[in-house]
Design a protein. Structure first.
Length: 249
């Protein structure tokens, strides 16, 4: 699998705890107990940048400018659409840009305790092949990723979320993904986050580790911003950056 397409998957998989209803998702690698209310919309725009080490084979830097909308089908069921604009800048070769693969995702809260935690959120996403595969902007077929997030509270002030997912890709070997998030609500408006993301090794690619630190801030009850900065614990990943603004209406 070309390195540039692999990087796009990493970015799209992040387009994605002590939360209240109608709050956006603040974590990158897991799912919080945070859903739009029934018939409520959540919309946002953001930017992601992932840089790989120049010495990595087929190294490329990938950036995504994206828009998304999430809709509350029920109080515990949401559907989300992500629309990315992708730019790939390989170490060897010319840069390419254009529409990436659209992602349609369903998130379902199957259980939550009376206090909001612990909770279970199964989810499934479909990455549609709308990006130009020949330019490295997308895949040849539909990619399906399904998983489960388990969240709870530690020490009465620290949220903890574990997500285990499995990606089925027609163009490469299927892959296990694991995310772990720690969420500290410093105040009602300000949150700090530390997260670890892992993608298991396959015959085609090595395993991948990422660690990020971030913050989220609620400007109002409907407007939120979040920023995440990360680095790789594996040899070829250099750095990552994600910034997002979300609004409920």
């Amino acid at each position: 699998m070309p390195q540039s397409k692999r990087l796009i998957f990493i970015a799209l998989s992040t387009l994605l705890v002590a939360a209240t209803y109608a709050d956006p998702q603040r974590t990158l690698f897991t799912y919080e107990n945070s859903f739009p209310r029934w018939e409520q919309f959540e919309a946002g725009v953001g930017y992601q940048q992932i840089d790989f080490d120049d010495d990595a084979f087929n190294a490329a830097d990938v950036s995504l400018a994206y828009a998304y909308v999430r809709y509350g089908i029920l109080d515990n069921l949401a559907v989300q659409l992500d629309v990315p604009y992708v730019e790939v800048d390989p170490k060897n070769g010319s840069s390419e840009s254009g529409l990436g693969d659209l992602v349609v995702e369903f998130q379902l809260r199957t259980y939550e305790d009376i206090f909001g935690y612990p909770y279970f959120i199964p989810h499934v996403s479909f990455t549609l092949p709308t990006g130009d595969e020949d330019k490295g902007l997308g895949e040849d077929g539909t990619v399906v990723t399904a998983g489960m997030s388990l969240g709870t509270q530690m020490y009465d002030w620290l949220g903890w979320v574990l997500d285990v997912s499995y990606r089925v890709n027609p163009d490469e070997e299927n892959r296990l993904l694991v995310g772990n998030s720690y969420v500290w609500d410093v105040s009602e408006k300000f949150t700090l986050l530390v997260e670890v993301g892992y993608e298991a090794e396959t015959d085609d690619v090595d395993d991948l580790f990422m660690v990020t630190g971030g913050m989220a801030y609620d400007w109002s009850k409907d407007l939120q911003m979040a920023v995440h900065v990360g680095t790789g614990l594996s040899d070829d990943l250099d750095s990552s950056f994600d910034a997002r603004i979300s609004y409920n209406f």
